[in-house]
Design a protein around this ligand. Sequence first.
Ligand code: B12
Length: 497
Amino acid sequence: MNSIDKKRILLVHPLGYSSEQAARDVSRLANVMPPLGLASISAYLLENGFDNDIVDCYAHPDSDGMIREYLSRFMPGYIGFSCTTSTFLDGIRLAEMAKKVVPGIRTIFGGVHMSALQKELLVAYPVIDFGVVGEGEQTLLELLSAQEGACTDVEGLVLRNADGDPVYTGRRKNLLDLNELPFPAYHKLVGYPEVYSLPIFNYPTVPNGSCLSSRGCPYACSYCDRSVFNRTFRYNSADYLYRHMAYLKDTYNLKHLNFYDDQFTFNRQRVVDFCSMIEEKPLGMTFNCAARAEHLDAELLYLMKKAGCWMISLGIETGDEQLLARHRQNPDLAMMRDKIELIKKAGIRVKGLLMMGLPGETEESIEKSRNYVYSLPIDDFNLAKFTPFPGSPIYEQIRNGEDVSGDFDEDWEKMDCMQFRFVPQGMTQDRLDELFIDFYKKHFQRPSVLWGYVTMLWKSPDSWYRFMKSLTGFLRYARAGSRIHEDSGSKKRTDLK
Ligand code: B12
């Protein structure tokens, strides 16, 4: 039998539920994005002499066999999991499976859920050997390079001491210069770019992809988990960003990119420089990004449009200003409207990002929100079901009893923003579901909106093709509302302690 290869790690992005459910999951039908955090770690480890591969179960739902086979064949010394809250328990299941296939393998968990709950997870789940808090590149490299027993020197790590109690070595003091990172190891993502797809009606052309050019966000909204990057903002230079785009164009022929940065335009000068580079040496690509309204102005938007900006997503959250004031800084809906109009004037599409069911939400606030959204010249919106995620300020307040404005059913596997796990006082889950469906239904019944989707026939023909292919899934979701995951038989957090 082979011996364990301590210079190799398998990196896994768990699916979060069964592969049969994946076929019915409307969010998967609409959008499959590569795990860019893992791809970045992979590239960094390769550059530093550690062999690794990635299994993305989200893109390849039936991956258990693939993981087993890899483990038996290569006997890696480590297996790493990247988990959000909803995928964490699936990661645990896979970690248990890995320990059976390779008994000496060490399991490492990273990503938002581990960064938020840290030691608590090592207490509850003995199968986890190490947790990585915050950014993974340096911490993982140091962990894999450390001599047995010398891991307590590695910053950003949760591990067990000699008595078996979890200890946390604390946040990393010196973070990476993002301009020194190699580009993510896209070649380690099996089927890239074809198996990945941006949300329907969110892109003009194929092949397309997603990309990151910064990390973090300095704001502190109540609902947002900031435990990986804290309230920092670090970014790739305009030059790095240009080279990254050019690389994706030359290597994979990508024609459009979606930047998933929290705040693409936070550093204005960087975007100005990037736009002039594109103007000087066009790449023939378009792009989308997300921004905060405060960080947009007419001149910048004009430059962005010239550089190929196709759509900007804005976090509107709710159209009830009082409710907004309770959850984020600068709750100015008039300013939001002005900025949306500026974006439209520049010839760029606008997508609004909204939430329903925040603490303090009522029938009246939902009505206000709907009226506000329908009155805006936006092209598209996404309405998420508010979920208090570990690591977000509101989660802490609910957990320690400071916020008692609703009932929270903390069932990790179901915390995917597709179901109301938090029900504000005075409301019921059924009523929230009705109002949620109604919000979308009335939107789609408006002639201007329907016309907008018709124009997508020539603005984004591939979207229509995918939409028609997945129509039965979407209709099932529309009929069943949030119930699509209700049969997952998942365990509640409280059952697991
Ligand atoms: C892009 C994105 C998506 C994409 C794809 C996600 C993906 N495949 O990775 C899409 C749109 C599909 C998506 C879906 C969802 N998302 Co999302 N998404 C993001 C977003 C904006 C960027 C993720 C990213 O690439 N970050 C950049 C990389 C560099 O960071 P990273 O992934 O955290 O990885 C670093 C570290 O965490 C660590 N690390 C990560 N994994 C590992 C593994 C190991 C072994 C180690 C050592 C280290 C390590 O090292 C990495 C590099 O430094 C984040 C917000 C954010 N800014 O991070 C939200 C975020 C991750 N999403 C969130 C949520 C809620 C969701 C959904 C549930 C919502 C929904 N219904 O759409 C689903 C769940 C999907 C799933 N299967 O988990 C929350 C997660 C909260 C939580 N506790 O679960 C976040 C944090 C947003 C927020 N602030 O609320 N998402």
